[in-house]
Design a protein. Structure first.
Length: 441
């Protein structure tokens, strides 16, 4: 097979058997994702089968099944059943449905079961993957993927995305990445990594201070503030191509934030005096001024529909979060508890804003309804926690934390549960920013 044909065939997805595609969120109420103390659903992922003693397919099958277990566990919605407890031999069990002995899986507590088979031919691999409900004794999902033999990671992500969609009606975050700041090189540079902290790559090489990365809604551009030219300037740089734009205004340029679904961004600029928030084109040209009040205005974040913008202002004397309505021009104060509330991040569903707040000299992360009300504290008694950023499906929040001494990037569910470190690098890591789901990053 030629390279061109192989690329064209990569990840062709076909429905297995005569299974209709599940409707969003269907009727499978395995997990109540509105419950902050949700019960995780046990799921078994036996090592996938291969044809005979195929030495080429065996490691691919093993790696693919291990990755699917890892990715599903990462969501915080599932517990992975212990392979040592299996009552079935993964290599000889029936994997297609009619012959599955469901009681052998419910006996070990597994309510869901993933089965698979991998066939390798001429350097290409075909993956047959299925999801079963062992309690209702039915198949929920069946997919066939074809691609290069080393494409098991992408296959695992695609299938996990389908699993999450089948159950929740959302494709999750498996095609997303994070940008963050690390000073491990001796300078504060921006790095990129996959959603789970793997495949870390440097994005900037300014040998200076670079901060506040933000992704465009198509994942193609990152805007950030850098001191590469001695003064803070916002660079707007393409993620894959060598294209870059700069904002041609004097004085401070801080905290860029892309407008959802548009090649425009907001940023805090001080060329007119106070730091005010302006709307700019994706090429850095000023369109209009959005805030106009005495006191510093910084850190904009947009509602998913782009009609409202939350930001931080000192207009009341100390940093508080406000919301600006782009249609009416009206500004309302959102936070009233405490004297230091900053770094707002609007959730993809639009119903929450996560932010950092100082209580008793320590920063913690809270969430609040954009319409107001009592905030919910998500972190507590574990160092300082700041700079929250939502996964593209709104199920997870990444943030910086000093609970281990140095600042590291952590992740937790939207309700503050399952807090765990995402990655470890030399130096300190701060300012995480989650991308949208990006196909073929």
């Amino acid at each position: 097979m030629t390279i061109q044909h192989r690329l064209c065939a990569m990840l062709v997805v076909m429905v297995l058997m005569l299974l209709p595609q599940p409707a969003a969120a269907a009727s499978y109420n395995y997990i109540d994702i509105s419950n902050p103390f949700l019960r995780k659903t046990p799921i078994a992922v036996p090592t996938f089968q291969t044809d005979g003693q195929d030495s080429t397919a065996a490691p691919v099958a093993r790696q693919a099944s291990q990755l699917i277990s890892y990715y599903l566990d990462f969501t915080g919605y599932f517990t992975i059943s212990d392979p040592g407890a299996f009552l079935e031999n993964p290599q000889t069990m029936n994997i297609t449905g009619s012959g599955i002995r469901y009681r052998n899986w419910t006996a070990i507590g597994a309510e869901l079961l993933v089965t698979g088979k991998v066939v390798v031919s001429d350097g290409d691999a075909e993956f047959e993957l299925r999801l079963f409900d062992t309690v209702k004794e039915k198949m929920l999902l069946g997919k066939r993927y074809r691609g290069a033999i080393d494409d098991h990671q992408r296959v695992a992500r695609r299938f996990c995305s389908e699993v999450v969609y089948t159950i929740f009606g959302s494709h999750g975050f498996f095609d997303s990445r994070l940008a963050f700041v690390s000073n491990g090189s001796g300078n504060k540079e921006i790095y990129l990594c996959d959603f789970d902290g793997r495949n870390i790559t440097p994005f900037t090489h300014h040998r200076s201070i670079s901060l506040f990365p933000d992704w465009s809604s198509d994942g193609s551009w990152i805007a950030y503030t850098t001191y590469a030219e001695k003064k803070p300037r916002i660079y707007i740089r393409h993620v894959r191509e060598k294209r870059i734009a700069k904002i041609q205004k004097p004085k401070l340029q801080m905290t860029p934030a892309w407008v959802p679904g548009s090649f425009e961004l907001a940023a805090s600029l001080s060329f007119s005096g106070d730091q005010e928030i302006y709307l700019l084109t994706g090429n850095g040209k000023v369109i209009k001024r959005l805030t106009n009040m005495e006191g510093i205005d910084v850190e904009p974040t947009w509602s998913p529909d782009g009609k409202r913008m939350a930001f931080v202002s000192r207009r009341s004397g100390n940093p508080q979060i406000y919301i600006y309505d782009t249609v009416s021009g009206r500004v309302q104060r959102l936070t009233f508890e405490g004297r230091y509330n900053t770094q707002p991040s609007w959730s993809p569903s639009g119903d929450k804003i996560a932010y950092s707040a100082m209580r008793s000299g320590v920063l913690d992360i809270f969430a609040i309804n954009p319409e107001g009300g009592e905030p919910t504290q998500l972190t507590e008694n574990q160092g300082s926690n700041e700079a929250p950023t939502w996964s593209p499906d709104g199920s997870l929040i990444a943030f910086g934390s000093t609970r281990e001494g140095k600042s590291r990037i952590y992740v937790m569910t939207a309700y503050g549960t399952d807090q765990r470190r995402l990655l470890t690098l030399p130096g300190e890591q701060t300012n995480p920013k989650w991308s949208p789901n990006i196909l073929n990053p």
